[in-house]
Design a protein around this ligand. Structure first.
Ligand code: LLP
Length: 380
């Protein structure tokens, strides 16, 4: 929800998180998640220890993509047996860390990686639980940079290579092939690609079963989108529709478990980037609101052309005049723009703005470019 807090006393820019909304979101997931399923929170969306311990305390699993994420997940209280470790470039050190921690599953992205995991597990007398990540070649109709399930992407194993690799895994004594893993992209609001994904999964399962390979788990990944346009209309995403699309379309064997890796839909709406107006610059053709946050604190608009709703928290009177502005950061890059030609109640130097729906892929993607530093987050 729009932060009602008075943030004027805090040093800007900083991230502000509405923990009550996070809890409501987690409860909404728990209320409709299918009975045989586990939701692994994708740490890449936000790895703040405060947020992680809220999520871990509700019994969620974790989806990690680095040794660092595995360590921080365990420190926050996630059960290692509910950690899935994904990523195309796992190093030996990271694989050994996962083996040592006895994580739930390694989501394997290539034959080359499977061979390394098998060798390292054998070397320390362990059996690595693995799921093969399949690239289902489905267009999720999302942003080019966050679509992952097309054959042209670097992720996963091609459908045609899968049976051979599954046979290899099934025969390796130091790996236990427990499942298949999929992920078709992110910020997906149309449920049809998920239905298509389920049909691909069903067909693959039939092929594998005909070869005598049966699996304990199917992981459909994450990707559920959120409403960036009107966050207060949809503060909690429609998890019911999402889970129903999957359960209506997937055919599971008796006892088979279903896994999800949700990131954005869990944390995006509970976070805002709070920033102060440094100058209102009257340019040649435009008025620029120059704020003290930039692409260094929130890179999504610069990197993906992403839209985030911007609100002037200092516009106290309802009859404030509306004006048109470009909202830009201070970084020496032309792409350091948060919004172009937006209408805002008249902005003055010193006003506090909220850049909304920034809880996912915001703080975690911040950088120190221009030797800038982010101030401590505020949780309310
Ligand atoms: N599982 C896998 C294998 C993934 O690659 C991802 C996200 C997720 C789960 C979680 O997806 P989510 O539920 O959050 O959509 N930085 C971009 C998003 C990159 C997503 C990368 N993978 C952005 O700011 O939009």
């Amino acid at each position: 929800m729009l932060p009602s807090q008075d943030f004027s006393g805090y040093k800007t820019p900083f991230y502000a998180y509405d923990l009550e909304l996070l809890r409501q979101t987690l409860d909404a997931i728990t209320a409709c998640v299918p009975a045989n399923a586990c939701v692994h929170y994708a740490l890449k969306a936000n790895a703040s220890p405060v947020i992680l311990s809220e999520i871990a305390s509700k019994g969620f699993g974790a989806d990690c993509v680095s040794g660092g994420e595995i360590k921080i997940a365990m420190a926050a209280g996630f059960d290692p047996s509910k950690i899935a470790f994904a990523g195309v470039g796992k190093t030996d050190e990271e694989i050994l860390l996962g083996l040592e921690a006895e994580i739930g599953v390694f989501n394997v992205e290539s034959r080359e990686e499977l061979e390394v995991i098998a060798g390292l597990a054998a070397g320390c007398g362990k059996v690595a639980p693995v799921a093969l990540r399949v690239n289902p070649n489905i267009d999720a109709h999302t942003h080019h940079y966050i679509t992952t399930g097309l054959a042209e992407n670097k992720f996963g194993i091609g459908m045609d290579q899968l049976p051979e690799l599954a046979r290899y895994a099934a025969k390796s004594p130091s790996v236990d092939l427990i499942g298949l893993h999929f992920h078709i992209g992110s910020q997906i609001l149309d449920m049809k690609p998920y239905a298509v994904l389920c049909q691909r999964i069903n067909a693959l399962q039939e092929i594998l079963k005909s070869e005598g390979i049966s699996l304990q788990s199917i992981n459909v990944g994450g990707g559920l989108g959120i409403d960036y346009e009107q966050p207060d209309l949809h503060p909690v995403p429609d998890f019911t529709d999402y889970f129903r699309t999957i359960t209506d379309n997937i055919v599971l064997d008796p006892g088979q478990t279903l896994h999800f890796e949700l990131g954005r839909s869990v944390v995006a709406q509970c976070g805002s980037l709070i920033t102060r107006v440094v100058y209102v610059k009257h340019g040649v053709e435009k008025k620029f609101v120059i704020v003290d946050a930039g692409m260094t604190e929130l890179i999504r608009p610069a990197l993906y052309g992403a839209h985030h709703l911007i609100q002037n928290l200092s516009a106290h009177t309802a009859d404030s005049l509306i004006d048109t502005y470009d909202v830009v950061g201070p970084v020496c890059e032309s792409s350091d723009v948060f919004a172009t030609a937006i209408s805002l109640p008249a902005v003055s130097r010193g006003d506090i703005l909220a850049i909304r729906s920034a809880g996912a892929y915001g703080e975690v993607m911040a950088s120190g470019y221009n030797c800038r530093t982010l101030n401590p987050s505020v949780y309310y």
